[in-house]
Design a protein around this ligand. Structure first.
Ligand code: BGP
Length: 480
């Protein structure tokens, strides 16, 4: 069906994944243990858990991923067949620095990414690389307390320097931290561990304070890496990566509007820091009111200013909705308490609100606020797929999700003037779910024969959405 919109030439159509969710080979090639390697499986009702090492009888789905570590040439051929211009993945920090604090990198790990990037480039696909996607070295958590410790800044900058130099000429688009703002959900220890790797237990005192300190350190590290990257190669484009779920007020009641505004401020100040290079006005007031303080070095604010990102990469799956409650006179936004269901949108089987217009709204909001080019580096529909006897998967629900979202994306560009670099749907090949550890929550255009326990032939096959997306790319988004 022709909708009349078309993306400009050079637009980066592709797909996205992350190292820990598909590579497998968690102990191969000299790799160290990451946070992701010691996360147990969960499901849609039970969250995953970061454990203190691997125990018998527990299931750790990231150990096997989908064996991309060995099968990437086959997978890259399929991406190229769909017409991908780019492929977003991450470098597993622990393949390069197994513990995170070594002086010398692990050559075998560096070589793995060299070979994989060469394979992509040979197939006409450019790599788009996230430096840290939920898989920091566990050693850095145990020994240093994760990102609450300023020493992590140097370790991360060193890691970035090594890979920036090594892959110069092969990679142009980089991102520092995946979904850096997800740790706003400081009331969930799981998220703190996964995103920021702070070692805390449920109910630990001062977690919010720890979150602000860790976030500050991460943002300073990100700003240093941006400056360093530009020195190593002035052509490098180094972006932020924000988890974007725009938050609507439930009603037009003024208190609900104020609550939604504060929720947006709370969820997206990471973007203010990374794109605008400064803390937003409300934040120091909020910290002072709540007896919290961020420890800073004298030149941190200058570093943040000079290390603004070149673009804002973001994930978009859903919108949120919030409302004011009488016991919250100070409009404090706490994600686990303050979200309500939106009566105007449908939900996926995992309760994620499906809202294509929210994507256009979010793109406008970010453009107005951060004045940077945008890059949609994740978007997609996690669903239970059924593989038929002949191997086909009829995922018309996924095609509909993409159709509706791409159309809104195109309107944002064509009608609203949003500057957009590319679009890489999440989990272009089925992989392990980050939040639940399931294989059953599938996103791919390519089906992988594997179940939640890691059993299956690992055989790859095309879903109906494969040819649909191939057509979209071939027409630069005109034939949806
Ligand atoms: C984002 C993460 C990805 C990814 C995706 C889908 O939050 O950056 O790593 O997994 O969400 O989420 P899930 O796998 O939990 O369905």
């Amino acid at each position: 069906m022709a909708e009349g919109y078309k993306m400009p030439e050079g637009f980066l159509w592709g797909g996205a994944v992350a190292a820990h969710q598909l590579e497998g080979g968690w102990q191969e090639g000299g790799k160290g243990v990451s946070i992701a390697d010691i996360m147990t499986a969960g499901n849609k009702d039970t969250p995953r858990r970061v454990t203190d090492g691997v125990k018998d009888g527990e299931v750790y789905p990231n150990h096997w991923g989908i064996d991309f570590y060995h099968r990437y040439p086959e997978d890259i051929k399929l991406f190229a067949e769909m017409g991908f211009k780019c492929f977003r993945t991450s470098i597993a920090w622990t393949r390069i620095f197994p513990n995170g604090d070594e002086a010398e990198p692990n050559e075998e790990g560096l070589k793995f990414y060299d070979d994989m990037f060469d394979e992509l480039l040979k197939n006409g696909v450019q790599p788009v690389i996230t430096l840290s996607h939920f898989e920091m070295p566990y050693h850095l958590v145990k020994e240093y307390g994760g990102w609450t410790n300023r020493k992590l800044i140097d370790f991360f900058v060193h890691f970035a320097e090594v890979v920036f130099k090594r892959y110069k000429g092969k990679v142009k688009y980089w991102m520092t931290f995946n979904e850096i703002n997800n740790q706003t959900t400081w009331d969930s220890p799981h998220h703190l561990l996964q995103d920021s790797a702070i070692k805390v237990d449920e109910g630990t005192e001062g977690m919010e304070q720890m979150m602000y300190q860790a976030a500050h350190n991460e943002c300073v590290a990100s700003a240093k890496v941006v400056q360093l990257g530009h020195k190593i190669d002035p052509d490098y484009q180094i972006g932020a990566m924000i988890a974007m779920c725009p938050i609507y007020p439930l009603t037009a009641k003024p208190e609900d509007i104020m609550m939604a505004e504060r929720a947006m401020q709370t969820r997206y100040w990471f973007g203010d820091l990374q794109a605008n290079g400064e803390y937003p006005a409300w934040l120091p007031k909020y910290l002072a009111r709540n007896n919290m303080k961020i420890d800073m070095e004298p030149d941190d604010l200058e570093t943040l200013k000079n290390g603004r990102v070149d673009y804002v990469g973001f994930s978009y799956y859903m919108s949120f909705t919030t409302k004011y409650t009488d016991d919250n006179a100070d409009y404090v936004y706490t994600e686990s308490k303050d979200l309500v269901s939106n009566p105007y949108v449908q939900k996926s089987d995992w309760g994620w609100q499906i809202d294509p217009v929210g994507l256009r709204y979010a793109m406008n909001w970010m453009t107005d606020r951060w004045h940077k080019p945008l890059f949609i580096v994740e978007n997609g529909f996690g669903a239970y797929d059924k593989k038929e006897a002949d191997g086909s998967v009829h995922d018309d629900y996924r095609v509909k999700y993409f159709h509706d979202h791409i159309l809104e994306m195109e309107k944002a560009v064509a009608l609203d003037g949003v500057d957009l670099i590319g679009y890489t749907p999440w989990g272009c090949i089925d992989l392990i779910s980050a939040s639940t550890g399931e294989m059953a929550k599938r996103y791919g255009f390519i089906y992988v024969d594997e179940d939640d326990e890691g059993n299956g032939s690992l055989e790859r096959s095309k879903k109906d959405s494969f040819d649909w997306y191939k057509n979209v790319i071939a027409s630069d988004g005109e034939n949806l």
